[in-house]
Design a protein around this ligand. Structure first.
Ligand SMILES: Nc1ncnc2c1ncn2[C@@H]1O[C@H](COP(=O)(O)OP(=O)(O)OP(=O)(O)O)[C@@H](O)[C@H]1O
Ligand SMILES: [Mg+2]
Length: 280
């Protein structure tokens, strides 16, 4: 389990980035962290793997205080895929890039080889195994960075803006991947502005604003509240907005659960169809 206890963080410049954050993350969790630019999302992510240490409060990773354990040791458990991974890619081929972390952890060559093949396949990158990462498109490079971390099979996977630059098919692939990981008992944290992706995946949402947690709960519920969504500089998902509009036509206004709303909507539709049939 990763536990944040009353974590506050101020950069050397004096910029306050996190205030009083309490958070628990355990196997099987799928959490989306959302919030405006500068809300503190990336700063929070860097606390989860010990890259940044709290100015106040503490972060425990499986009971170890991140101040007392090396980042190298933490990185075996916590995999962080950066928002802009470009400057982190440095190998001559995609295959070497994905193998790098595994080799570093001291795995045997055949284990490294098998794991690299498997991960490239899973992320649709096999055809680029021998290509230089620098020749790939932005979206592909982002997937290479993800592959390099996934290959090491961390217990906690932290993804900073994973859907940016990914087309529909790749997003679906990513969604399935995440689903597979947390159903296998890993923990996945995704930082994102992508409300539609979140609405479809329905993780627990934590809304950050100006360094503080301002709301948390199921995506359905958090993302249907106008005030909260505005505060975090987001827009409500299309489905949620549609159901909002439909309350004007008889859909109960207390419906916040999109799945329940869908059922009600189908009922209304069949009623309407019956009426039309009766009138003709
Ligand atoms: N290295 C740094 N030195 C000083 N201030 C920083 C540093 N990195 C971030 N900040 C400041 O800390 C605050 C939080 O930044 P952070 O990068 O965590 O935001 P974010 O929520 O990830 O934003 P975005 O959506 O733009 O990625 C911002 O006010 C930012 O300007
Ligand atoms: Mg960020």
């Amino acid at each position: 389990m990763i536990t944040l206890e009353k974590v506050s963080f101020t950069y050397r410049s004096g910029q306050r980035a996190l205030q009083d954050i309490d958070l628990n993350l355990e196997g099987g969790d799928f959490i989306a962290i959302m919030g405006e630019n500068g809300a503190g999302k990336t700063t929070l992510a860097k606390h989860l793997n010990g890259l940044l240490k709290p100015s106040q409060g503490r972060v425990l990773v499986d009971g170890d205080d991140t101040r007392k354990v090396s980042v190298a040791r933490l990185s075996r458990k916590v995999g962080l895929v950066f928002q802009n991974p470009d400057h982190l890619l440095f190998s001559e081929t995609v295959k070497d890039e994905v193998a790098f972390g595994l080799k570093n952890f001291g795995f045997a060559p055949e284990v490294v080889h098998n794991q690299v093949i498997r991960t490239l396949e899973a992320l649709g990158l096999s055809e680029y195994a021998e290509t230089s990462p620098f020749l790939l498109s932005g979206g592909e490079r982002k997937r290479v960075a993800l592959a390099a971390i996934l290959a090491t099979e961390p217990d906690y996977l932290i993804l900073d803006e994973p859907t940016i630059g990914q087309d529909y098919q790749q997003k679906e692939r990513l969604r399935n991947f995440i689903l597979q990981l947390y159903s296998q008992g890993k923990a996945v944290v995704m930082i994102t502005h992508d409300v539609e992706f979140v609405a479809e995946s329905n993780p627990k949402v934590i809304l950050l604003s100006q360094g503080r947690i301002v709301a948390q709960g199921p995506a359905d519920s958090v993302l249907s509240k106008d005030e909260l969504v505005k505060k975090a500089s987001l827009v409500r998902p299309q489905m949620s907005r549609l159901f909002g509009e439909l309350t004007k036509y008889g859909l109960p206004s207390d419906v916040v659960d999109v799945h329940r709303a869908r059922i009600l909507l189908e009922e209304k539709l069949s009623e309407a169809k019956v009426r039309v049939a009766q009138n003709s």
